[in-house]
Structure formats: C-alpha cells, structure tokens
Design a protein around this ligand. Structure first.
Ligand code: ADP
Length: 158
C-alpha cells in the first residue's frame, strides 16, 4: 500500500506547543507528515523563514515520521509536488473556523484530490498562539510553557 502523506502548513512564527499537539495527533493518521513553513508573501513574519525552519527542525527531531520544508506560492501545488493528498490544519475554539473553512473550500476547489482535515488540540492548548507567545516575549514575560524547549533561545537572540 502506498504511504499516506500529510502536509501541515502554517507560518510557525514561532512553532508553539499548540502546533506540537496537532503534529503529534496528525502522526496517528498519516504515515509521513511534512510541516510546511510558509515563506512570507503577504504576511510579514517576526522570525525569518530560515529561523522558523530551524525552530521546527529542533522541535520535531524526536519524531521519526515528521519532516519540515519551506514552501511559497500555492499550497495545493506544494501538496501535489510532495505526493500528498491530505492537508492538516488545527482548530481552536471558534476563532479559527471562518478562515479555515474558506481556505479548505478554496483548496478543495483548486484540487479535488486534496482533503483538508481539522484536528483539535488539547484543552490546555486552546488559547496558545504564535501571536500570544510573541506578545508575552516582547513584554519580557516567560514563554517556556507555550513553546518547545529549543525555541526559547531564539527569543534571546532577537
Ligand atoms: P497560519 O499563519 O497559516 O494561520 P499558524 O502557524 O498560525 O499558521 O497555524 C497553523 C495551523 O495550526 C492553523 O491551522 C492554526 O489554526 C493551527 N493552530 C495553531 N495553534 C493552534 C492551537 N493552539 N491549537 C490548535 N490549532 C492550532
């Protein structure tokens, strides 16, 4: 049987424990998961793409069936190039629904062979977001409980 490949796209600016929760859940469903770090096009990110890639790489090192790549341009094109048919996205409370719904239906129309699946993080991670982490860090707060251990050093460098 062919390998079931999933793509988990996002900004990961930076990767958080919420993202890690979704990654771990997704590995129960797919054989191989590619964390796809978006290069900036319309969105200005806090960390550049190389740094975001390094942060994800460090965080997934212990997960053998997970890898990280950057992508730009159309997500469906990247998904096809990787031989995948599953896009993984995470959903938090109600805040993500409208945007995620729009993106999933647009991607489904661009390529009917691609399915988007939504996973919910644990209750503890419901309010974890990259934006909250950046805000806490910029105000000098402790972000240890919100990001994987290897990510903390990058805030020191900023
Ligand atoms: P984007 O910039 O594309 O929204 P993000 O890096 O912010 O990318 O998030 C990538 C995906 O992970 C999105 O589907 C987002 O909803 C999901 N996600 C992020 N944080 C959490 C969390 N704490 N719980 C569940 N899903 C999450």
């Amino acid at each position: 049987m062919s390998e079931r490949v999933g793509v988990y796209p996002g900004s990961f600016d930076p990767i958080t424990c919420g993202h890690m929760d979704i990654i771990q859940r997704a590995t129960k469903i797919v054989d191989k998961l590619i964390v796809a770090v978006a290069s900036p096009h319309h969105k200005k990110t806090f960390f550049d793409v190389q740094t975001r890639l390094q942060m994800v790489q460090g965080a997934i090192e212990h997960l053998p069936r997970v890898e990280v790549k950057s992508f730009d341009g159309l997500l469906v094109r990247f998904v096809r190039e990787e031989g995948a048919h599953i896009v993984v996205r995470g959903l938090r409370a109600v805040s993500d629904f409208e945007y995620e719904f729009k993106m999933a239906s647009a991607n489904g129309r661009l390529d009917e062979s691609i399915e988007t699946i939504f996973l919910m993080a644990s209750e503890r991670q419901q309010f974890t977001s990259s934006q909250i982490v950046r805000e806490i860090a910029s105000l000098g707060g402790e972000v240890t409980q919100f990001v994987p251990q290897n990510v903390i050093q990058y805030f020191g460098k900023k």
